[in-house]
Design a protein around this ligand. Sequence first.
Ligand SMILES: [Zn+2]
Length: 230
Amino acid sequence: MDKNTFVVEKPCPICQQKTRVIKPKSRLMMIKQDPDTCVHYKDFNIYLYRIWLCEHCGFAGDEATFGVKLTDRTRAQIKEYLDANPIDHEFLDEHTAGDAIASFERAIECLDLLKMPLAKKASTCHQLAWVYRSIENKEMEEEYLKKAAELYAQSLATERYPMGKLTDTGALFVTGAIYYLLNDYSNCASFLSRIIGDQNARVRERVIFEKARTLWEDVRAAQKEAEKKK
Ligand SMILES: [Zn+2]
């Protein structure tokens, strides 16, 4: 058991039995944050524990998804899917990257079945990219970063914000930052410029606005560098 975690019991929204799940302790020491908001803690990868997996039925989701209220019909549909597509779901008190990846994949399938907002799927794909980042699997990290950016872009075009704590300015920033890490400077610039050109964001979301401006400068520098090489 990792010293930064503890076990609690929570009811599963699908089978409604209590399952053991792992939570990170609140006193973690942050070391750094990547441009796309991935947080690194001392000797601990919080993203390995982001998804809970029911030890009885194999349902997977983050803490908020475990708390959703479902109709009997939705519950039955998901139960049927989980029974037809079983994965290993025994309780593990410590997670490897491989365990976390399997849980994230199942959680993404469950989000589709639950018809959750695109923004939620985007953030789940984004966090799965961070698990791949932690094991230096560049190819899979980029695959999930691309998925996350495309889903955020679709969400921004079609869904209403704020979505929980996420404002549209926050979603624009994250999308721009993902494109920055993918070296896609033109897409990055198009998302960041929507923040920088927004006077409301400048006043109401000062922190994100400043982060966007700083990243914008980095993008301009990177673009100039790329032009020189041509
Ligand atoms: Zn369950």
